[in-house]
Design a protein around this ligand. Structure first.
Ligand code: NAP
Ligand code: ZN
Length: 347
C-alpha cells in the first residue's frame, strides 16, 4: 500500500485538517502520479457540508487534479514515467452499460466511481480525492496534459472546464446564438471563455456589478446585473441559452423570462434545495429546463486538447493548503476570481 498525505474532513462539522491514509499499490493497468496542483470546486464545499446527501467520511475532497507520473503498471500503454497527467471527477465506471459504451461514463447506469466521496467499482473501497500528495488511477481514467500551458491553471479544466464545455458542445452553442452565463465563478468564467471561443454572443448574468470589468476581460460581450430591475427588464426574451452555474437557491422563473422562444435553461449548478418552476414560465415561449453533468473521458481529453490549441486556461488564485478554509469562506460569498488552486507543494 502507498502511504498518502492529505487534508481531510473527519465529519461535516469539522474543518479540514492533515490526515494520512493508504492508497492501493499500482496494479497492471494503473498509473500513479504525484499531485502538483488541485483546483477547489464549489462541489467540494457542498460535499463536505453534506449539502446534497450524507457523505463518506473521512473525506479528502478534490477532483481537479494534475501532476506527473511516477509509476505505471506493466500493462499500461498510454502513459510513461515523467508524463503530465490529470484526473477529474471520475476514476472508474462499469464500462459495459449503454452510456459507458458511448463514452458517457459520467452517466454510467450502474454507478460510476467518483474521485472522492464515492466507492471504487467493488462498491466498498472509498475513494479519496486530490487534496493529497499522490494518486493511483486506472489509466483509462487518466487524462493527457500538454506541456505548453501553465499547469496550475490547467487543473480547473478537469471539472469547471469539462462541465461547461460539454453542454455547450451538446447543444451546439456557437455563431448566431445568444448565450447567457449565469453566475461568474469557477464554472461561469470557463463558460464565458468557451462560449466566446465557439463564436456565441456572450452575456454574463451576475448578482452585482463587481465582476463587470473582469467579465469583459474574459471576453464577454455584455453584462447584466440581475439585482437591477431595469437591466433585467431590458434583457427579457433575448437569450437562446442560459448556462446556469449558480450554487445557491435562485429564482428560475425570473431567469426563464430572459429566454427567447424555444430557449433552453441548462442547469450545471447544483443548489442544495430543489427549485420551484411555474409551468407558465415554460409554456409561454416553449422553453425547456435541462441539465448536464461533467463530461465523459473522451470528451474531457477533447476539451483539454482544444484548450492547449487555443491557449485557454482558468484564471486562478494559487493558495497554500492551510488556507483552504479562507478559500471556502470566500467562495461561499461569491468572491472567487475565478478558481482557487492548491499548490500541493504546501501540503
Ligand atoms: P463558484 O465558483 O462558487 O461560483 C458560483 C457563482 O454563482 C458565484 O460566483 C456567484 O456569481 C453565483 N451565485 C452564488 N450565489 C448566488 C445566488 N444566490 N443567486 C445568484 N447567483 C449566485 O462555484 P463553481 O465551482 O463554479 O460551482 C457552481 C455550481 O456548479 C456548484 O453548485 C457546483 O456544485 C456545481 N457543479 C456542477 C457540476 C456538474 O457536473 N453539473 C460540476 C461542477 C460543479 P456572481 O458573483 O456572478 O453572482
Ligand atoms: Zn467540480
Amino acid at each position: 500500500m502507498i502511504e498518502t498525505k492529505a487534508y481531510a474532513a473527519q465529519d461535516e462539522k469539522t474543518p479540514l485538517a492533515p490526515w494520512t491514509f493508504e492508497r492501493r499499490d499500482v496494479g497492471p493497468h494503473d498509473v500513479q502520479f504525484d499531485i502538483l496542483f488541485c483546483g477547489v470546486c464549489h462541489s467540494d464545499l457542498h460535499q463536505i457540508k453534506n449539502d446534497w446527501f450524507p457523505g463518506i467520511f473521512p473525506m479528502v475532497p478534490g477532483h481537479e487534479i494534475v501532476g506527473r507520473v511516477i509509476k505505471v503498471g506493466d500493462h499500461v500503454k498510454n502513459f510513461k514515467v515523467g508524463d503530465l497527467a490529470g484526473t477529474g471527477c471520475l476514476v472508474d465506471s462499469c464500462r459495459e452499460c449503454e452510456n459507458c459504451k458511448q463514452d458517457l461514463e459520467q452517466y454510467c447506469l450502474k454507478g460510476n466511481s467518483q474521485t472522492y466521496n464515492g466507492y471504487e467499482q467493488d462498491g466498498k473501497t472509498p475513494t479519496y480525492g486530490g487534496y493529497s500528495n499522490t494518486i493511483v488511477v486506472n489509466e483509462d481514467f487518466v487524462l493527457h496534459i500538454k506541456e505548453n500551458l501553465d499547469l496550475a491553471a490547467v487543473a480547473p479544466l478537469l471539472c469547471a472546464g469539462i462541465t461547461t464545455y460539454s453542454p455547450l458542445r451538446h447543444w451546439k452553442v456557437g455563431k448566431g446564438h445568444k448565450l447567457a452565463v449565469l453566475g461568474l465563478g469557477g464554472l461561469g468564467h470557463m463558460a464565458v471563455k468557451f462560449g466566446v471561443a465557439f463564436g456565441a454572443d456572450v452575456t454574463v448574468l451576475s448578482t452585482s456589478s463587481k465582476k463587470e470589468e473582469d467579465a469583459k476581460r474574459l471576453g464577454a460581450h455584455h453584462f447584466v446585473v440581475t439585482t437591477d430591475e431595469a437591466q433585467v427588464n431590458a434583457a427579457k426574451n433575448t437569450f437562446d441559452f442560459i448556462l446556469d452555474t449558480v450554487s445557491a437557491e435562485h429564482d428560475f422563473n425570473m431567469y426563464l423570462s430572459l429566454l427567447r422562444t424555444n430557449g433552453v435553461h441548462i442547469c450545471v449548478g447544483v443548489p442544495p434545495k430543489p427549485a420551484e418552476i411555474a409551468a407558465f414560465s415554460l409554456l409561454g415561449g416553449r422553453k425547456s429546463v435541462a441539465g448536464s453533468g461533467i463530461g465523459g473521458i473522451a470528451e474531457t481529453q477533447e476539451m483539454l486538447d482544444f484548450c492547449a490549441e487555443n491557449n485557454i486556461v482558468s484564471d486562478i488564485e494559487k493558495i497554500d493548503i492551510k488556507d483552504i478554509q479562507t478559500a471556502y469562506d470566500r467562495m461561499e460569498k461569491g468572491d472567487v476570481r475565478y478558481r482557487f488552486v492548491i499548490d500541493m507543494a504546501t501540503l
